[in-house]
Design a protein around this ligand. Structure first.
Ligand code: BGC
Length: 259
């Protein structure tokens, strides 16, 4: 695996992060840039932003992009928290042509999961590991004996008549002004629904909100073990860098390999 720093992005419903990541160690060199996601998050505006952030972080070689949608063969196929024009957009091709570099384009939770399973909280774990990212939405990545089932999208599972991410994302906490107790109860309901269906051995909880793990981690309950993501809010860029480092010399992507 390539050890020179790789430019990686994590496109969120609220912010876009970019950093230079050593894919072998997961270390992020220098500052992580954080810019508000353009209003509406249209493909044109987001690609413009990624290209301009790339200019701020001089590097060469492949680029990784973690994206909040189902991704297959370099294209986005859903748009829960982004503009619907993303559906079917060849993000890998557009960004690749714009910056003249190969691009790995993968789901954000799958990217975070990849980082956690390789070097973080899930490393060395066999059995079923479910990585969750609690942010604008809820991202899910399921690994069985270390192997990813891509694009699981269980943030949209209906839990008591409401999509899981409308009940318990970090955005819901902010939007409704929920206290930690109240929000943790909502997360617990979602964990229980996932556990009923999938019986994971462990939940790895990630997303920006884990910076406050001590406020809500002890309130979480499940029949499965619960651990915080090791890479916290940087898991997305680290996993995206790992996916970029794993690109075959010419083109491709994690979605392609896994699809
Ligand atoms: C999207 C997923 C994404 C998750 C976290 C959901 O709304 O459908 O693809 O992984 O948000 O960003």
């Amino acid at each position: 695996m390539q050890e020179t720093p790789i430019l990686a992005f994590d496109v969120g419903g609220s912010f876009v992060k970019a950093g230079l990541v050593n894919p072998a160690s997961g270390a992020v060199g220098g500052a992580v840039l954080r810019r508000p996601t353009p209003a509406g998050a249209t493909p044109v505006d987001v690609i413009d932003l990624l290209a301009s952030m790339a200019g701020e972080l001089p590097s060469d070689g492949p680029v990784g992009v973690a994206f909040p949608a189902v991704t297959r063969h370099g294209r986005a196929w859903t748009a829960a928290n982004i503009d619907t024009r993303w559906i079917g957009t060849d993000a890998q091709g557009l960004l690749g042509a714009r910056i003249g570099r190969p691009v790995a384009f993968l789901n954000d939770a799958d990217a975070a999961g990849l980082a956690e399973m390789t070097l973080g909280a899930g490393s060395g774990r066999s059995g079923t590991v479910m990585v969750l990212t609690l942010g604008t939405g809820i991202g899910t990545a399921i690994f069985v004996d270390g192997r990813l089932l891509p694009n699981t999208e269980l943030g949209h599972l209906e839990v008591r008549g409401m999509e899981a991410e409308h009940r318990a994302s970090a955005k819901v906490k902010t939007d409704l002004g929920l206290g930690w107790d109240e929000w943790a109860a909502a997360v617990n309901e979602v964990l229980a629904a996932y556990h009923r269906l999938l019986w994971p051995d462990v939940f790895v909880i990630g997303g920006g909100v884990t910076e406050n793990w001590e406020m809500f981690g002890p309130l979480l309950e499940s029949r499965a073990e619960i651990v915080p993501a090791h890479f916290r809010n940087e898991a997305g860029i680290i996993g995206a860098a790992m996916a970029a480092a794993a690109l075959p010399p010419r083109d491709g992507g994690v979605g392609d390999q896994a699809a």
